[in-house]
Design a binder for this molecule. Structure first.
Ligand SMILES: Nc1nc2c(c(=O)[nH]1)N(C=O)[C@@H](CNc1ccc(C(=O)N[C@@H](CCC(=O)O)C(=O)O)cc1)CN2
Ligand SMILES: Nc1ncnc2c1ncn2[C@@H]1O[C@H](COP(=O)(O)OP(=O)(O)OP(=O)(O)O)[C@@H](O)[C@H]1O
Length: 175
């Protein structure tokens, strides 16, 4: 059994030591966008990769943007309409106010702590995206990370739902 906590600590350190990268929107992402689709992005914190180029491409294509709204570790995240004033949330996050409209995402962009080429993912360990993926099984799941966050193999837990694609500053990976 892999020690996920130790792995997470190591990968966060690797991620936070990496030079900031700016993402180029892959054609394979752009072709998926169409007016009215709901794209859940995130507000990067710490050493996370900034998904703004993808969010902007989505908005330019007429998609509606949502952002995760976090209450605490045990409470499932909800995706709320972006565009209003962001407020401070737990874990140092910036997020929509609790009164923003809840949206059901068609595409979910998720920041990764670690990943492998099969689409297995290591996140923050609160199960927020695991549960969001289970709640929206039809959504297209796109992970975003620095290339150095790749692992040779991550053994998935029974509840893990794999990513459809992973974007790094070097590659668009489709498992
Ligand atoms: N930018 C961003 N937004 C996000 C997430 C995320 O990982 N990144 N989430 C992902 O689920 C959800 C929020 N859940 C979270 C759950 C736990 C921790 C957490 O334990 N943070 C650590 C520091 C983490 C780090 O350095 O990466 C802490 O507060 O000690 C953060 C977010 C939704 N929004
Ligand atoms: N569909 C679900 N419903 C309820 N709890 C879940 C579900 N999926 C996962 N969990 C719980 O959430 C926690 C997730 O831990 P895990 O180490 O897999 O997180 P992770 O891979 O870092 O992903 P995440 O980004 O979702 O935190 C586990 O305790 C697990 O039991």
């Amino acid at each position: 059994m892999m020690d996920k906590r130790a792995l997470r600590a190591r990968l966060r350190a690797i991620r936070d030591a990496a030079a900031p990268v700016s993402m180029v929107v892959p054609a394979a992402f752009a072709v998926r966008l169409s007016p009215g689709l709901i794209v859940a992005s995130y507000v990067a914190m710490g050493g996370e990769v900034d998904p703004t180029p993808l969010a902007r491409a989505a908005a330019d294509a007429g998609c509606r943007l949502a952002l995760p709204h976090v209450v605490d570790r045990p409470t499932p995240i909800r995706f709320l309409a972006a565009g209003g004033t962001l407020v401070e949330g737990p874990f140092g996050l910036r997020q929509p106010g609790v009164d923003a409209a809840e949206l059901a995402p068609d595409i979910i962009l998720t920041p990764l702590v670690g990943f492998d080429r099969r689409g297995n993912r290591l996140g923050q360990g609160a199960g927020h995206y695991d549960r969001a993926f289970a709640a929206y099984p039809a959504a297209w799941r796109v992970g975003i990370a620095h290339a150095v966050q790749e692992l040779p193999l991550l053994i998935p837990d029974p509840w893990d739902i794999p990513l459809h694609a992973i974007l790094t500053e070097q590659e668009w990976i489709v498992p």
